[in-house]
Design a protein around this ligand. Structure first.
Ligand SMILES: [Zn+2]
Length: 266
């Protein structure tokens, strides 16, 4: 959700607030050196740069020449590591955790007057990243039994492809959607919680959520891509009867698919 809010430009950073209210200062609360914009806060602030550099990729955010937050989000979602889908997914996961951590820290500094500790932030981001990554591995062990990793392929001209993903946590799941057009440009990215810890159920719920957004896209053709073979087969009635846990979601999902004839699940 944080990535989506950054991409949509709807985070109440000080540069945005200063257009509407007479803000006393528009400086970044973490470094107090630059105007607080989303791009600065999450990518170019010395605090953010330290966390990015501490990652396993040792990223130097200065070197990418981002000109806007959309540039930055595109970097997270697009082909930074050609032919290494796992690495791309991991970068987006790390970025989402980092942005969430920085936003919370920024709010603590502003509203609770808490001291800033860069080392604590780095440790927290790394810990959460490993936890999510490991739970994702467990989930993918379950759902990707015979489905090899494939590179992202663009949809045909004037079409949009929504890639869906589900990350399983100990108490709930996180569903994520990333929509790109035929040129590979980001259309939207969003995430939400789901009240399940079962990988297949989470994946099917993510597909249903993606279908529910088709009308808003106004695209000729929308392809919803899942990397779960079991999910795909269940939707296309290749597994009969469907697993009981997803039966009612499937009924709902199929009636949505009937309503949107320009949508398909692959
Ligand atoms: Zn700063």
């Amino acid at each position: 959700m944080m990535i989506w809010r950054i991409a949509a430009g709807c985070l109440p950073t000080k540069d945005k607030l200063s257009r509407f209210v007479d803000a006393a200062d528009a400086y970044c609360p973490l470094c107090k050196m630059e105007t607080e914009t989303s791009l600065h806060l999450f990518a170019l602030c010395p605090v953010a740069k330290a966390v990015w550099f501490s990652s396993k990729w040792g990223l130097r955010m200065d070197s990418f020449g981002f000109s806007s937050e959309v540039d930055f989000i595109h970097f997270l979602c697009s082909s930074t590591f050609p032919n290494q889908l796992c690495q791309k997914d991991e970068l987006l996961l790390f970025g989402a955790i980092l942005c969430d951590g920085i936003w919370k820290l920024r709010n603590q500094v502003i509203f609770e007057d808490l001291p800033l500790s860069c080392d604590d932030l780095i440790a927290r981001v790394e810990k959460l990243f490993m936890e999510f990554k490991n739970s994702r591995l467990t989930a993918s062990d379950f759902v990707n039994i015979s489905h090899p990793l494939q590179s992202w392929a663009p949809p045909r001209c004037l079409s949009v492809k929504i890639n869906v993903d589900a990350t399983i946590g100990p108490f709930h799941s996180s569903l994520a959607l990333v929509a790109r057009d035929w040129r590979g440009d980001l259309v939207f990215a969003c995430s939400q919680k789901a009240k399940t810890t079962f990988p297949l159920q989470a994946e099917v719920e993510a597909v249903r959520w993606a279908i529910s957004l088709v009308a808003k896209l106004e695209a000729d053709n929308v392809i919803i891509e899942t990397d779960s073979k079991i999910c795909h087969d269940a939707i296309h009635e290749l597994i009969l009867p469907p697993p009981w846990r997803i039966a009612s979601i499937l009924v709902d999902l199929k009636s949505l698919l009937v309503s949107y004839s320009n949508a398909s699940v692959v």
